[in-house]
Ligand binder design. Structure first.
Ligand code: GLA
Length: 373
């Protein structure tokens, strides 16, 4: 394994083990996780692999095949910079929570397509979390490891994300999507056998990342919290009478609430269709989700909108942006025989606008984090 060779070269000797954690796409349930709502992501075949060896002191040495720089040698965790903060944050949280974690040598290798919005950062956090859990025999439940990874991103890196990406990376099962109730943290694997229905899910990676993404993410989260406060509920999950709630809200808070409440219903509806074997029918929900994210939650962008419109024009049964928004990827549900036409339509739409061609590849639902060696 490449990551083991790199470990030997950089640190000398052998790693104690090698762990893999995948990235994710989200089928539906967008911007619902931090509103105590429902999500339905699945793990992708790309992710982060970590070769790790524990140390007898508290020093953490972090290196990555994707970083063109010397290993970062951290005497203190807060010395981590750039990509290494996502890995270091996991050490920080575990120590902060009193878990018996000492130092480690960590070599990272990743193959999540860059800028695709497929949660390479969550994969990195989770790879380190499962490695430390194993190496130190912590025996933390999987969802706990997801929470630790999320907290690393919230409190150490400073990005106020929900728990979806980390949970998908830890808990996903091959051939299944992961239904997660972000309030109770109860989860269920939902069979997702698209091929049996002659369908494919294409990932359309726009390759763009608009700079405002992080700031806007925090603002949306704030809008949702303000709306919940106005309505006197703990979170937007608790809105049961949408029409009555909308009458009491104005402006952005009104729009955000409309999205979150209807998106939760769409997750439940989509699961109902999957359970009924009506996979063909989920396309309409994907489109409705996209329009709601575009018009009510206002996190889409021209590149995502054009990808979705062109995919549908090319014959996709449905399409939507996936992930946080402002760039990254869209997904399109297509009948196998229409995949080429959809692809051509999207490429043509980008070319017409003089935009760099997006990369388009079929997604399959992969397994969650695991020890490789
Ligand atoms: C990002 C965050 C997730 C989630 C999505 C939007 O991926 O990391 O927690 O909020 O955006 O659904």
């Amino acid at each position: 394994m490449r990551v083991v060779d790199a470990f030997r070269q950089t640190f000398g000797g052998e790693p104690a083990g090698v762990w893999h954690a995948p990235g994710r796409v989200n089928l539906i349930g967008e911007h619902t996780d931090y509103n105590d709502g429902f999500v339905l992501p699945f793990a992708v075949p790309w992710g982060v692999t970590a070769a790790v060896r524990p140390r007898e002191d508290d020093t953490v040495r972090l290196a990555s095949l994707q970083a063109n720089s010397e290993p970062q040698v951290l005497e203190r965790i807060d010395q981590a910079e750039g990509w290494a903060r996502y890995a270091a944050g996991v050490f920080w949280v575990m120590r902060e929570e009193g878990l018996p974690i000492r130092g480690a040598d960590v070599m990272i290798d990743g193959d999540v397509p860059q800028g695709a919005g497929l949660s390479s950062s969550a994969a990195l956090e989770v790879a380190v979390a499962v490695a430390l859990d194993d190496l130190y025999g912590l025996g933390r439940p999987k969802i706990e490891l997801a929470r630790i990874a999320q907290r690393a991103e919230n409190d150490f890196v400073g990005m106020p994300c929900g728990i979806m990406d980390q949970a998908a990376s830890v808990l996903s099962k091959e051939g299944h999507a992961l239904f997660l109730d972000c309030r109770s943290l109860a989860s269920r694997a939902v069979p997702l056998d698209l091929a049996a229905h002659g369908l494919q899910l294409l990932i359309i990676n726009t390759g763009v990342h608009h700079e405002l993404a992080d700031g806007q993410y925090a603002r949306r989260r704030q809008d949702c919290e303000n709306a919940a406060k106005h309505l006197g509920v703990a979170s937007l999950r608790d809105v049961t009478d949408l029409a009555a709630a909308l009458e009491r809200l104005t402006g952005d808070e009104r729009k955000r609430t409309q999205h979150v409440v209807t998106e939760n219903h769409r997750v439940e509806a989509l699961i109902g269709l999957l359970r009924a074997g009506a996979v063909q029918e989920i396309g309409a929900l994907l489109i409705a989700s996209h329009l709601s994210l575009r018009d009510q939650f206002e996190v889409s962008c021209a590149e995502l909108d054009v990808a979705v419109e062109a995919a549908v024009k090319g014959g996709a049964r449905g399409a939507r942006m996936t992930g946080g928004g402002f760039g990254g990827s869209a997904i399109a549900l297509v009948a196998e025989e229409k995949a080429d036409r959809v692809r051509e339509e999207v490429l043509r739409a980008y070319e017409e606008r003089g935009w760099a061609a997006p990369t388009i590849y079929p997604a399959s639902a992969a397994a969650g984090a695991r020890k490789l060696a």
